[in-house]
Design a protein around this ligand. Structure first.
Ligand code: ZN
Length: 236
């Protein structure tokens, strides 16, 4: 009976698929993926911090230059005032206002510089924390990777043996039937279902008696109207 060999084939095929799925869901593999994602995030955070620091550094230098320029201007203004003291109250007031303006600006610059130095300290601390955390995770990752690589190698060899056995079983099946099986498998797995109490055991739909009769007679391959699986009468 054609379907007996196909059913036999399906057992080893499903076993191999199941094993491959468990490989993919391996706890070590999931953990490695998580650690790798974490490391990627930390790299991105680090890059952002480095950019922020570079921008800050540029601004810091610009302010320092500007402050130096103002200090020079202030010095020459003081010199000018000592060389040509104001002749009246109005001039004195004007000069005093000019000096005060320069001083106010310098104070603002100094405040901004202080704030930036504080920000720079915070970012520096953040970078250090990230480096420590990333290094720790990288170490864990490297250790686990060694274990997982060994596990993966063994599992892959096992899967290859299972697939080889599947190939052997496939040779016993009619190629047309195998093609049908593979088509069904793309949207429904396992692709075959036993007939139990007049029902498809894949989706539990009751089958019309005419269909049941066709299956019993084994005249043609019957697929479940509802789920599309190949119906198999094990004769139980
Ligand atoms: Zn069904």
């Amino acid at each position: 009976m054609q379907l007996d060999t196909l059913w036999q084939f399906m057992q080893v095929d499903m076993e191999a698929d199941g094993f491959e799925n468990r490989m993919r869901q391996s706890a070590n593999r999931q953990k490695l993926i998580k650690q790798r994602d974490f490391l990627k995030d930390q790299q991105a955070n680090m890059k952002k911090l480095e950019n922020d620091v570079a921008v800050m550094q540029d601004r810091l230098e610009a302010i320092q230059d500007e402050a130096a320029r103002l200090e020079k201007a202030l010095a020459s203004l003081s010199e000018e005032i000592s060389a040509n003291p104001p002749e009246n109250v109005e001039d004195a007031q004007k000069q005093s206002e000019n000096v005060q303006k320069l001083l106010d600006t310098l104070v603002r610059y100094e405040q901004e510089l202080q704030k930036m130095r504080k920000d720079a300290d915070v970012k520096d601390r953040q970078q250090k924390e990230i480096r420590v955390r990333a290094a720790k995770t990288k170490q864990e990752y490297d250790q686990l990777k060694v274990t997982y690589d060994k596990e993966f190698k063994e599992d892959t060899a096992k899967l290859q043996r299972m697939r080889a056995r599947t190939d052997e079983e496939a040779k016993k099946v009619d190629p047309g039937l195998l093609g049908k099986y593979k088509n069904i498998k793309q949207h429904c797995t396992p692709p075959m279902a036993k007939l139990v109490n007049g029902q498809c055991s894949g989706c539990f739909m009751s089958l019309p008696s005419a269909t049941l009769l066709e299956i019993r007679n084994g005249e043609r391959i019957v697929e479940c109207d509802n789920c599309g699986r190949i119906l198999y009468d094990a004769g139980e």
